[in-house]
Design a protein around this ligand. Structure first.
Ligand SMILES: Cc1ncc(COP(=O)(O)O)c(C=O)c1O
Length: 445
C-alpha cells in the first residue's frame, strides 16, 4: 500500500527548500523530526478539505478498515468523539428529532463535555450487574429492554467497547437490536483499532456499528494523537458528507504532519506484515493469561491484547502491584486500588513478555485484600449538563460538596470516567466514590 503523505514530506525535506512558512523551526532543531514537521503548503493537501495526498491516504485507511469514510485525527479520539456527537446533532436537526443519546455510564469525559456543549440530552444506561465505574458491560437483551420501554427512542446508543479494563460488549447483537428499532449505534473504540486485523475482525464497524472512533496511537504503532473517525457503509449518507466538517468544527487549523505521516505509514504496515504478527502475539498473550490464572491471579476482560489483573484475591491492591512491577522495570498503563492495566502490542518483544511473566509469577500469594470498589453512584440531575458546564463554579473539598451541583466533570485520570456528571447533585454515595479514587476536591456551582 502506498504512503503518499510520507513520500511527499520526505521529498520536500530532501529538496532543502527555503522554508518561508510555518512552523518557526524551519526544519531544524534538537528533536530530529523537524525536517518532517511541515504545514499545509502547496501539494501537502488540507486536512478536512482533503483532495490530494491526505485524501489518498485516508482512502487507504478506509479500505483497510472497510468503511465508507475514514477521517484522520491528530488530536486523538477526543476530537473524533466530539465529531460523532456533532454528526448526531446535525442528524437530529435534519430529521426534526430531539438530540437524545442513550449512553453507557462509563463514557469518557469528552463524551460528557461534548454532549454538554452541543446541548445533546443523554439517557444513562447502567450495567445489570454490580461493576466498578470503569465498566458498563451491557448486553443486547438489556438494550432491547431499554428500547422497548423507552417513552422516546434515542437517535443513537453510545457504548465504550473495549472499555479501559478490556471488556468488549457484543457489538454485533447490540447493533442488530438498535437497527431493528431504527436507532444508530456509536462506539468509542479508542482501545480497539487493532481488532480489525485479528484473524476474525472484532472491530465495531465490521460488527455493525454506524460510527466509531479508534485511537490509533493506543494500540497501533502510531504517534500519540493519531486517531480515526470511521463511518460505516451502512450509516446515513449525511454522516459521510459531514464527517470532515464535523472534525473541523473542533480541530486545530495547524495539524501535525508528523502525526499524519505516522498514520500514513501505519497503512503500509497494516496492509503488510501486521496481521500475521498480531495473530502470533494474540496467541502468546492467550497463553500468558492462562499461566497467570494458574498462578492464582484474577484477570478481567475479554480483549485479546490487554491484560487487566485484579490482584486483591492474591493479597495485593492494584496500586501495590503496579509499584512492585515498576521496581522490576515494568511500567503499567494504569492502576487503581482494584486493577493493574497492561497494554501489549506487536512492538513488545518476546523477552519483555517473558520478563513480565517471571515477575508476576514470582510474587508470593498473600491473604486476600477485602475491600470492595464502589459502583457508579446513582445521582439526581439538577441542571442540564450544558448549563452546569457553562456556570461559574468554586472548588471545594469533597466532604463539603454533599447537596451541591457538580460544575465540571471531575475525573480519576486515567481513565477519565467522571464519577458524577456535570449538573448532577453530589450525594453521600458519590462522596464515598470520590474518596475511593483519591479525588479530594471538585468544582461545584
Ligand atoms: C475509552 C476512551 N475513550 C476516549 C479516550 C480519548 O482518547 P484520546 O486520548 O485518543 O483522545 C480515551 C483515552 O484514554 C479512552 O480511554
Amino acid at each position: 500500500m502506498n504512503t503518499p503523505i510520507c513520500d511527499f514530506v520526505r521529498k520536500y525535506a530532501q529538496s532543502n527548500a527555503v522554508r518561508l512558512h510555518m512552523p518557526g523551526h524551519k526544519g531544524c532543531g534538537v528533536l530530529g523530526v523537524e525536517p518532517w514537521d511541515i504545514t499545509e503548503i502547496d501539494g501537502a493537501d488540507v486536512l478536512y478539505q482533503a483532495n490530494g495526498i491526505i485524501k489518498q491516504s485516508q482512502e487507504n485507511a478506509a479500505s483497510l478498515f472497510g468503511t465508507a469514510k475514514t477521517v484522520y485525527s491528530v488530536e486523538g479520539s477526543s476530537l473524533c468523539i466530539r465529531a460523532m456527537l456533532y454528526l448526531v446533532r446535525v442528524l437530529a436537526k435534519a430529521s426534526g428529532k430531539r438530540p437524545l443519546i442513550a449512553a453507557g455510564r462509563n463514557a469518557h469525559k469528552v463524551f460528557m463535555t461534548a454532549a454538554a456543549l452541543l446541548d445533546i440530552d443523554v439517557a444513562w444506561l447502567y450495567p445489570e450487574n454490580r461493576e466498578t465505574l470503569l465498566s458498563c458491560t451491557l448486553t443486547a437483551q438489556a438494550i432491547e429492554q431499554y428500547l422497548s420501554k423507552a417513552q422516546e427512542l434515542p437517535l443513537a446508543v453510545y457504548l465504550t467497547s473495549p472499555d479501559y479494563l478490556g471488556n468488549m460488549v457484543d457489538i454485533a447483537a447490540i447493533a442488530e437490536v438498535c437497527h431493528r428499532y431504527g436507532v444508530l449505534l456509536l462506539v468509542d473504540n479508542a482501545h480497539g483499532a487493532y481488532l480489525r486485523f485479528l484473524p476474525e475482525s472484532y472491530h465495531p464497524i465490521s460488527l455493525g456499528a454506524d460510527l466509531c472512533c479508534d485511537s490509533a496511537h493506543k494500540t497501533l504503532a502510531v504517534l500519540t494523537g493519531g486517531a480515526y473517525l470511521h463511518v460505516a457503509k451502512t450509516a446515513p449518507q449525511l454522516f459521510v458528507e459531514h464527517a470532515e466538517i464535523a472534525m473541523s468544527v473542533f480541530a486545530s487549523t495547524s495539524p501535525s504532519y508528523v502525526i499524519l505521516q505516522s498514520l500514513d505509514a501505519a497503512n503500509a504496515r497494516l496492509a503488510g506484515e501486521y496481521p500475521g504478527q498480531l495473530a502470533a502475539l494474540a496467541q502468546r498473550v492467550f497463553t500468558l493469561k492462562k499461566t497467570l490464572r494458574q498462578h492464582g491471579y484474577r484477570l478481567v476482560g475479554n480483549e485479546p491484547l490487554k491484560i487487566t489483573v485484579a490482584p486483591k484475591m492474591c493479597g495485593y491492591t492494584g496500586t501495590e502491584l503496579a509499584a512492585l512491577l515498576c521496581e522490576k522495570g515494568i511500567v503499567c498503563e494504569a492502576s487503581d486500588p482494584d486493577f493493574v492495566v497492561l497494554m501489549l502490542t506487536t512492538d513488545i518483544g518476546t523477552d519483555e513478555l517473558a520478563h513480565l511473566e517471571t515477575v508476576l509469577c514470582s510474587l508470593p500469594l498473600r491473604e486476600p485484600v477485602v475491600a470492595w470498589a464502589p459502583s457508579a453512584p446513582h445521582t439526581v440531575q439538577r441542571l442540564s449538563p450544558r448549563e452546569a458546564l457553562l456556570s461559574p463554579s468554586e472548588a471545594l473539598p469533597i466532604e463539603q460538596c454533599v447537596g451541591r451541583v457538580l460544575a465540571a466533570a471531575t475525573v480519576s485520570c486515567p481513565p477519565a470516567i467522571p464519577v458524577v456528571v456535570c449538573g448532577e447533585e453530589i450525594n453521600e454515595e458519590a462522596v464515598r466514590c470520590f474518596a475511593y479514587y483519591g479525588i479530594t476536591e471538585c468544582r461545584v456551582i
